[in-house]
Design a protein around this ligand. Structure first.
Ligand code: SF4
Length: 454
């Protein structure tokens, strides 16, 4: 049996992580960059790093994710990667013709101290960057933070690179956080229904979940355009969804361009979506009947099904912004949230989760790992686990149903197409959660309790 050696006894560890509940910064940076129309991400480091970042995203989205690499060898590791990056810039614009090249660093290039802004300036001086093409960059050392921090750093790099001053417009910037392409589409849809012209920073819908057309397109139709990215500097406001993934970029636009920002929790669940819709209404002025109808449907489902959720114990693992909203939503549904683990470091995480759960009596840890989560569950078993694919080992070992959400999901589909955010997303989540709980009950209940009707 997998994980059979995980002991029940918890010994505090400081210098050892076993199965971290996160991935590395450049994965998030690459994801944010893919949300720009005609953008090619570029990994300034070794080929192995880039292969890992690309394969993580490719396996999750079941789409070919393209990116360049500076292909460090031993020489670049010792003498610096300037020559490699200069050559890469020339080759990429000549061969692949992106409109934007989004460079992120890796552990290696950060450790040897490559000065990427200086290298990019040199590339421009030497005429390696064609007219009308752009290079943006973010520093993403993976020995600190996680993919969520990498996403935040690249979003800041994007606004640093593109935002311009201008007469305040009617459009609103929305930084959606490291959420799925259908979540971004849903966020845009809700914004438009409240009368807002949204500019998403950035938007992977239509990039990583596009249709099968029979021919390969290196740069799909989706993604935020350069013109829209430039407009972010004179938007009416910025809404940052999730302080960890989206706060940095929103604060930058506020500080540099005076665009006021409001940071909300990710709109997962009833309360968080209510707050998002209220913020949209304040900026857009209307609430379409469609939104009220969707909320009503959600409330109907919650009322009908709450008996199946009441006091069920649940463990959560994933990214901090998602976990806060999940905790709040599941608590509202009547669940007892028992264990919450993220691999992303952040001092405020524990307090945010306890606030969302409305209790201190909950096991919460940041910068943590699956090994610890498994130990917690061995000490206090739960009825349900919500997390990404890596949680399936604990789910199997403990025979606990798993609902897959977050990043990465390598062994199922659906996350590319169906939202988790908004009222519709909450309804889909309820359907998923109820499905696994009922399947488990049908499989294990005594024959005399095996019912045809719920
Ligand atoms: S070396 Fe660093 S950047 Fe490269 S894959 Fe590993 S953690 Fe990520």
């Amino acid at each position: 049996m997998l994980l059979r050696h995980t002991p029940d006894t918890i010994i505090e560890r400081e210098a050892l992580t076993v199965q971290p509940a996160k991935t590395c910064q450049p994965v998030g940076a690459m994801y944010a960059a893919l949300g720009i129309h005609r953008c090619l991400p570029h990994s300034h480091g070794s080929q192995g790093c880039c292969a890992y970042h690309r394969s993580s995203l490719t396996r999750h989205y079941k789409e070919p994710v393209m990116a360049g690499t500076s292909s460090f060898t031993e020489g670049a590791s010792v003498f610096g990667g300037q020559a490699n990056l200069l050559e890469a810039i020339t080759n990429i614009f000549t061969l692949y013709n992106p409109d934007v090249l989004a460079i992120h660093t890796t552990c290696l290039s950060e450790t040897i101290g490559d000065d990427v802004p200086q290298i990019v300036a040199k590339a421009r001086e030497e005429g390696r960057v064609p007219e009308g093409k752009y290079i943006i960059r973010a520093s993403t050392p993976s020995y600190i933070g996680s993919h969520v921090i990498g996403y935040a750093n690249m979003v800041k790099g994007i606004v640093e690179g593109f935002s311009e001053r201008g007469k305040t417009g009617r459009h609103v910037n929305i930084i959606p956080g490291f959420v799925e392409p259908p979540d971004m589409a849903e966020i845009k849809r809700l914004a438009k229904l409240t009368g807002i012209d949204p500019v998403l920073l950035t938007d992977t819908s239509g990039v990583l979940n596009g249709p099968q057309t029979g021919h390969y397109e290196m740069y799909p139709k989706g993604g935020t355009t350069i013109d829209n990215l430039k407009r972010t500097g004179y938007a009416k406001a910025t809404i940052a969804l999730g302080p960890i993934a989206s706060g940095l970029g929103a604060k930058f636009i506020d500080t540099k361009y005076g665009v006021p920002c409001e940071t909300l929790n990710l709109p997962i669940g009833i309360r968080a979506t209510d707050k998002f819709v209220e913020a949209l209404k304040r900026l857009g002025g209307v609430i379409d009947d469609e939104i009220e109808y969707e909320r009503g449907q959600l409330m109907d489902a919650v009322t009908d099904m709450q008996q199946y959720f009441y006091q069920k114990k649940v463990a959560l693992v994933g990214d901090p912004d998602q976990l806060v909203s999940f905790t709040e939503f599941l608590t509202d549904l009547g669940f007892s949230v028992r264990h919450v683990i993220t691999g992303t470091p952040g001092k405020k995480f524990v307090g945010r989760i306890k606030d969302a759960a409305g209790t201190d009596q909950i096991n919460v840890r940041e910068a943590s790992d699956y090994f610890y989560l498994h130990q917690l569950i061995k000490n206090e078993k739960v009825d349900l686990i919500i997390g990404n694919t890596y949680a399936k080992y604990i789910s199997r070992d403990m025979d606990i149903p798993l609902v897959r959400t977050g990043f990465p999901i390598y062994d199922r589909i659906g996350h590319q197409y169906f939202p988790t955010v908004g009222y519709k997303g909450a309804l889909l989540l309820i359907e998923k959660i109820l499905g696994v709980l009922m399947d488990h009950q049908d499989r294990y209940c005594p024959e005399e309790q095996f019912e045809l009707v719920m």
